[in-house]
Write a new protein. Sequence first.
Length: 593
Amino acid sequence: MLNSSGKYLLLILLFIAELGSAQNELPSWEGICTVFIDTTFTIDEKVKSRARVEIWPSIVDSSSADYSGFCGIELHGNSTLMAPKKSYELELRLENNEEMIASILGFAPGSDFVLLANYYDYSFLRNTLAFKTWEHLGHYVPEYRYCRVFINGIDQGLFMLVEQIKAQEGRLELGTTDINSKCPNPTAPFLVKMDWEAKDLYTTARSLTKSSIDYQLVYPKRKNLHYTAVSQIEKYLSEVENSLKAITKSTPEESILPYDSLIDVNSYADFFILNELSKNPDGYKTSTYFYRQAANEEHSRPKLTMGPIWDFDLAFANVQYEHYDEVEGWAFQQMGPMSHVNLMPSWWHSLTCDEQFRNCCKERLQYLRTQFSAEACENYLEGCAFLLEEAVQQDVLLWQDAHAREYRAVGPLQLTFAEDVTRIVKFYRARIEWMLNNLDAISCMPPDVVYMEHKVSRTFVFQNSDAPIKIPLYSEDEQRAYKNTVGGERTVQYKLVDGSGELIKDGILDEPMPDYSFEISELGAGVYYLLINEIGLARSQAGPWYSSGTTPPAIARRLSIMNTSAPNFYPVTSIALPISVFGETRAVKLVVH
């Protein structure tokens, strides 16, 4: 009877025979390892199932496995879980199910790895290119190898075997901390992640739509920390966020420290450059890591640093929606429904308003162009393509029906492998030049203004006049004026701010009438926003119509977006009236949402 290694070697020989090839006919497989996984359990995204794993250095030139043992395996990802070809997380284990630290394929010793399916990336090169670019900018990237994966003897196609991002020796080295101390070091190291659902820390961070931003404490694990240590991390992150928000304030509070004293500006500039160079649809918002290293003799007050990077399979012109495949335009300013602005941190808009940060971006982009030019990028990708082309073609044969359905929904065209590689190279070359020519021309819009502009749906133009202007408050369908259709006491608050988001005046309106008169003759030329928020009956007094976050039918039929941010009140309308004054002409924008 064959042992496991003998069984896997036989599978390799049968696989090569199926391809009808001798080794010299498969040059592109020589650098690709093979991963065999056997399990009797169902693999899901919640619990790691016990399995056996063997990792062979090459599919065509190996006499024995590089690693053979046990592992835990589970599904990996968020939106990628919907793809037919799954990604997986592996944790090496001893026979007694405890964690196993091992060095595989020349990687630093570790236990946690990810098998990335790259299902939506027909070239299998976009994550690789992002890693290479980040590395040229001088930052840590996880080790990775391309591999062929078999699960229970069934060929799953081509994957990337990647070190999972962890704070440990040989990977992201942050230093040590006493996690059990009740008086923790205020400069202790940590690693934090922003993602779809990462509710682990409370901070003051807000997205462009005023939604809270969720952080997950990756290292140390929150469950292992004393609550005072968690509070210190939360306080530090809020301090950083306040310093970034203060960039666009004309008179920031004296107690707020300058942002460059708290963050590693180069790493923030590099993170901005990579996400813009690749025009990454997932950039800034998901799979976003940042960390603080432990204090040492050289750095007594370590700064918050962006990275490591992750998740670039949709980048480099791989999606057609919302202009992400176009050379022109800034990814951080995309505001379409697929851009998930509710997850977009507001501080990137603040940073790009700062001349110091823009100058740093220009310097770092020039540095990248010398370290990893478009020509160097092309040579690198051509080398990778030579390694992968045969393997990619086999992967397409395995998943071609699914690709035919899914790829058109994500990508612009069903390209051949060579065409997609060429597309990436052309995009990289054109994008780096466009960025260099347009960094100085970034439109500075403070986050509060971006938030208000994002809601604009209609514009009224008025001639210069000292008379009050009557503004009809229409619903989004513009079919009727807004009226108070629900009885009870109502509070209507308004704020008038200028184009930088600075408050000019605020107050209370008597009632939400079908029209509202507002005196603008005292305002000078510029852009102004009049924000109106109406708060009505408490849910406990309102009856069944208002329970469980629902809205009264009479209002819901006319107003498509309702405000549910206040937990003690039923969802209510939020009305924004942007007023623009340009010389002799005054333009009024009206938004009901």
